[in-house]
Design a protein around this ligand. Structure first.
Ligand code: MG
Length: 255
């Protein structure tokens, strides 16, 4: 069931979204060769405390059930890691790329966003992957309008990504967002334009394409969380939480 939000609720989600954007920006400026992903996580946890926000990824139950809950506030996925990388003692190296996915709940409403950041100087192809993944996200956001089908969002992302030679991860998709981090509907980053629910005023969704330099196949590592590309190629991830309004899509997690 898709929960439509009132303008007052969207105003609350804007506040949560701004907090996510501020914290991600703080993480972005702290990314440099030598810093560990655990140190980045500590920054996010500290910022949540300051704001009385709940870092929702921490202790998030494993989707398969029985698996261990996610242990940190951020997902930190380096290079061939696609999503759900667990922060640890790994220190970032010049030339790496790192995707950080971060969500919180503030005053009862959720915000969720992700960025991929180059560590120092990176290869041309890595930079191109990062740029086009973010552009693909914005192609999708552009279609998030009253009267469109959700499939138009999904299709725009896939078309743009594939046109530029990147593959789109299928196993992980965006989602509705509101009082809960994950609500209906699922928001795939691929598919046909004439599919999915019709978009209505008050729908709030997180759109989050994951693009690979190589093939689209991924698998989950033995730690039960970290998803990597099967061919070891680089992967990038961008996400915004958005509201569908009578003035078009509003990005809630944009600074
Ligand atoms: Mg998300």
């Amino acid at each position: 069931m898709i929960i439509l939000k009132t303008r007052e609720e969207i105003a609350q989600m804007r506040i949560a979204g701004q907090a996510v954007a501020e914290i991600l920006e703080l993480l972005r400026v702290n990314i440099s060769p030598g810093i560990t992903t655990l140190a980045l996580n500590a920054i996010a946890e500290e910022e949540c405390k300051k704001r009385n926000a709940v870092p929702v990824f921490k202790n998030y139950p494993h989707p398969r059930g029985g698996g261990k809950p996610f242990p940190a506030a951020i997902c930190a996925s380096v290079n061939e890691e696609v999503v759900h990388g667990i922060p640890g003692e790994r220190s970032l190296q010049e030339g790496d790329i790192i995707s950080i996915d971060f969500g919180l709940i503030l005053n009862g409403y959720a915000g969720d966003a992700a960025i991929t950041v180059p560590v120092g100087e990176v290869s041309k192809e890595a930079l191109r992957l990062i740029r086009y993944t973010e552009k693909a996200l914005f192609k999708g956001i552009h279609e998030a309008r009253i009267g469109n089908r959700l499939g138009q969002v999904s299709h725009a992302i896939q078309k743009y990504a594939e046109q530029h030679g990147f593959s789109v991860v299928r196993e992980f998709v965006g989602h509705g967002i509101g009082r809960n981090m994950h609500e209906d509907p699922p928001v795939p980053n691929y598919g046909r334009a004439n599919q999915g629910p019709e978009l209505k005023e008050g729908m709030t969704i997180a759109i989050e394409p994951m693009l690979n330099l190589g093939a689209l196949n991924v698998f989950t590592k033995a730690d039960d969380w970290t998803v990597v590309t099967s061919d070891g190629s680089l992967s990038a991830h961008f996400e915004h939480s958005i509201a569908i309004t009578d003035r078009g899509p509003e990005i809630l997690t944009l600074r």
